[in-house]
Design a protein around this ligand. Structure first.
Ligand SMILES: [Zn+2]
Length: 815
């Protein structure tokens, strides 16, 4: 561990707090990995098998609840909720992602459902919109290239300047240029911009700058870039690699308001459509190639299990006569070529047999004296496994004994059901992060942003991309951005769950989890269960998890909040654990959608009783609130969208319990100030809305970098004082500590020197400020305060040897 200021006392406090709580846990952490415990609580409506079937479409539907108790019970069913919870006088409304079958189960379980808010048709429109955008850009590039290849004497140049803007503020002078080049789709050259140095001066007298390709979703859009200049140019000129020349006059941009943290010429707006995980990773690779001194790609240590499945079919309709068949090979590695036929031999007294011809499996069913089929599902399963066992595994349906006689079935192809184009890898997928900073070592304060733990949340990854682009493309000319990148070690992981992400784009838009099937053959491992498989990556972490007895995660492999077979069972989660364990990371943002929430720990409680994971100290909570107000102000700057106070605060206060979520692991295990964004209003809004959400939350994420930087440079020591008032109890007085900034106070009442092991001054309650201590009149109080950056009041050394701690006596001032 690096010795970051501040990290020491926080970690000590957390250990103590966790130890105190351990006695309250229903299941101790030591049993993690043992058979999954029953989630706390005893309501009869828990453990509903919601029954999502493959081929069923999922929609976002309102569930109308009476109170928090009913919300806790709904969460305990393991239903797939989005991140929307609105509390009104008449009750609580949440949004569930459910199929018709699941809707019926919830209704039967006594839940009231409201409006349908989002359907697969909405997703289809978003995908069509994205494809139309990409096609339009491609066609535009095509047309430009066509024009160029057929050009005659008066043909236009193959390079076109879109805009040239000059800005000033103080002594900074910046020129920003955008230009389109006919070969930009295929050739990767940068373009060189030549400047004059003012009216009447020769071209070239102002020097040159380069601009680079801007490629979005694999499509070239234009070249862009900004650089500082020493004189205001009047004209610029670009000579393309083929020798064509374009000239344009330079415009002056409007001055930028002084309170805006984005300096003159600040570049933003780098996304033009939704991006698949493959495209997200391409994008950060491009950035790292373009800015090799400022960024590098890090492949995280664990590959995913892959966007791949076994090819499958379920033959038959009634459960006792159903036969499930899975290929042994992955679908794309031959499984999809296999067919299975159940043939009626059309003759009496035939015995059951199986013939394998290449990839064609033919089961000739047994018959009786009258020629009627007699083979049961169990018999067919046994025959298939005996004869075709090198190609397939057969099993009865979901644990049924298989006593039903099977129905003949025409040759049925097994399929992995995966529709992504071949450009999406079927192999275990590397997960990438881009590491940004001039000094990418643990010497600098680390900040981590990560998105798409939940596959269907398409906007949050764009926020991370937009942020990475802003940081890198503004470095050259924006002093404040340069200060961030010179002094921070920034890790951005745009997609933690690429397999699920691909699945949500190409196969099942409502996919929340990863793609790994942990269901047993006696459960939902068959083809009909495939849209319910997967682990909720935001429930598979180590702190206050299902395995520790906390609420808001499920042990059912088909649940929307399936916690997995054990903590960190999934490669996606081990990757994030690895990222969080970088010793210098002190701040993080976990980006989700939707609901316009801004949250931090604790994120889980145990039911019954809502026994929460330990709350941050008063000093920490103050710091969370202080930093949050800056971040929310930045978000609001984009279009005045406000994240309301009701949607800001600890997760378990403003949303619902989410056992084993990543924010809690980062905070409790690694001492990282870990926030969570819930971006925007829905998972896959129309592009115009998605674009605005990206811009506003990128404002917020960049502001987190500024918060981190200011934290790093905070050398101001907190100051504190005692407030003593008369108590209602004779002989006693009420005492409170007041601090000059967000800070923790450690105190003693027995005359000893205060240290980090002394009592920590607590908060009076949720959002209520400091507690009131009632102590004996005349008690000697010794204390010190320490801020979040580790600055100790009066330069006191709280190691038991220092002397200049604060001292006071519990006597109220005379009136
Ligand atoms: Zn989410």
């Amino acid at each position: 561990m690096s010795d970051l200021p501040g990290s020491g006392w926080r970690r000590r406090v957390l250990v103590a707090a966790s130890a105190a709580l351990a006695g309250l846990l229903l299941v101790s952490p030591a049993t993690a990995g043992a058979p999954t415990p029953t989630p706390a609580g005893s309501d009869t409506r828990e453990h509903l098998d919601l029954g999502r079937l493959a081929g069923e479409a999922a929609s976002v539907v309102e569930v109308l609840l009476a109170d928090s108790g009913e919300l806790d019970r709904l969460v305990a069913t393991g239903v797939d909720l989005d991140h929307h919870v609105s509390r009104t006088a008449s009750g609580i409304v949440v949004h569930a992602v459910v199929t018709p079958n699941e809707v019926a189960t919830l209704r039967a379980g006594g839940y009231r459902l409201g409006d349908v808010l989002f359907t697969p048709a909405d997703s289809a429109r978003r995908i069509a919109e994205r494809e139309a955008t990409i096609a339009a850009h491609t066609a535009e590039n095509e047309a430009l290239r066509e024009t160029q290849s057929r050009r005659g004497a008066q043909a236009p140049a193959d390079v076109k300047i879109i805009r040239a803007d000059y800005y000033t503020s103080g002594t900074d002078q910046v020129l920003s240029v955008e230009a389109k080049w006919a070969q930009g789709q295929t050739a990767t050259d940068v373009l060189t911009v030549t400047r004059d140095s003012g009216p009447g001066t020769p071209m070239g007298s102002g020097g040159t700058q380069t601009i680079a390709r801007f490629v979005d979703a694999g499509v070239y859009l234009y070249h862009r870039g900004a650089s500082t200049v020493t004189a205001r140019p009047n004209y610029i000129q670009i000579t393309s690699p083929s020798g064509d020349v374009a000239v344009a006059k330079v415009n002056q941009w409007l001055p930028i308001p002084r309170e805006n943290p984005e300096g003159p010429g600040y570049q933003k707006d780098f996304v033009s459509s939704y991006l698949t995980p493959t495209e997200l990773y391409d994008r950060i690779h491009q950035l790292a190639e373009q800015y090799p001194r400022l960024a590098e790609i890090v492949e995280l240590p664990y590959k995913t299990n892959g966007y791949r499945r076994k090819a499958q079919a379920v033959l038959g309709s009634a459960n006792p006569s159903r036969v499930a068949v899975d290929s042994k090979a992955w679908g794309h590695e031959g499984g999809n070529d296999i067919t299975v036929e159940f043939a009626d031999p059309g003759a009496a007294d035939q015995t059951l047999s199986v013939q394998v011809t290449g990839n064609a499996i033919r089961v000739s069913l047994g018959t009786d004296a009258s020629g009627a089929v007699t083979s049961t599902a169990a018999e067919v399963v046994a025959a298939l496994n005996a004869t075709a066992g090198s190609l397939v595994v057969a099993y009865t349906y979901r644990g049924d004994t298989g006593a039903g006689v099977v129905a003949p079935a025409a040759s049925t192809p097994l399929t992995d059901g995966l529709s992504a184009p071949a450009s999406v890898s079927r192999d275990p997928h590397p997960v990438y992060a881009i590491r940004i900073g001039k000094d990418r070592s643990t010497r600098k304060l680390g900040v981590l942003a990560y998105a798409q733990e939940h596959a269907r949340e398409w906007v949050p990854p764009l926020v991370t991309i937009e942020t990475a682009e802003r940081l890198l493309r503004n470095y050259g000319h924006d002093r404040k951005t340069r200060d961030l990148l010179d002094n921070l070690d920034i890790w951005i992981a745009p997609s933690i769950n690429p397999d699920g992400g691909h699945y949500s784009f190409y196969d099942f838009n409502s996919q929340r989890k990863n793609m790994t099937n942990h269901c047993p053959q006696t459960g939902s491992a068959d083809a009909l269960g495939r849209n319910s498989w997967g682990v909720d990556n935001n429930r598979n972490y180590t702190e206050y998890s299902l395995f520790d007895g906390y609420s808001g995660a499920s042990s059912s492999c088909t649940s929307g909040t399936y916690a997995g077979p054990g903590e960190l069972s999934e490669p996606e989660n081990r990757n994030l654990d690895w990222l969080a364990s970088r010793p210098n990371i002190k701040f993080s943002m976990n980006l989700h959608s939707s609901g316009n929430y801004f949250m931090w720990s604790p994120g889980a409680y145990a039911t019954p009783g809502r026994i929460s994971a330990p709350r941050p100290t008063l000093g920490e909570e103050s710091f969370f609130w202080g930093a949050s107000s800056r971040i929310l102000t930045s978000i609001k700057r984009h279009r005045n969208m406000a994240v309301t106070p009701a949607r800001t605060g600890p997760i378990s206060d403003v949303l619902y319990s989410a056992a084993g979520n990543s924010g809690d692991m980062l905070w409790y295990r690694y001492g990282i100030y870990a926030w969570n964004f819930e971006v925007g209003t829905s998972f896959q809004p129309e592009w115009a809305e998605a674009h605005d959400e990206t811009m506003e939350f990128a404002n917020g994420l960049v502001e987190l970098m500024r918060v981190a930087r200011d934290f790093d440079t905070d050398r101001r020591r907190p100051e504190s004082g005692l407030s003593v008032t008369r108590s209602a109890t004779p002989g006693m007085v009420d005492v409170r500590f007041e601090v000059s900034e967000p800070a923790a106070v450690f105190y003693t009442l027995d005359g000893r020197k205060p240290t980090y092991s002394s009592t920590l001054y607590g908060s009076a309650g949720i959002r209520e400020g400091g507690e009131t201590l009632t102590v004996r009149y005349g008690t000697r109080i010794h204390w010190f305060s320490v801020d979040a950056a580790g600055n100790v009041e009066n330069n006191y050394r709280p190691d038991g040897r220092g002397k200049n701690y604060r001292k006071g006596v519990a006597i109220p001032p005379r009136r």
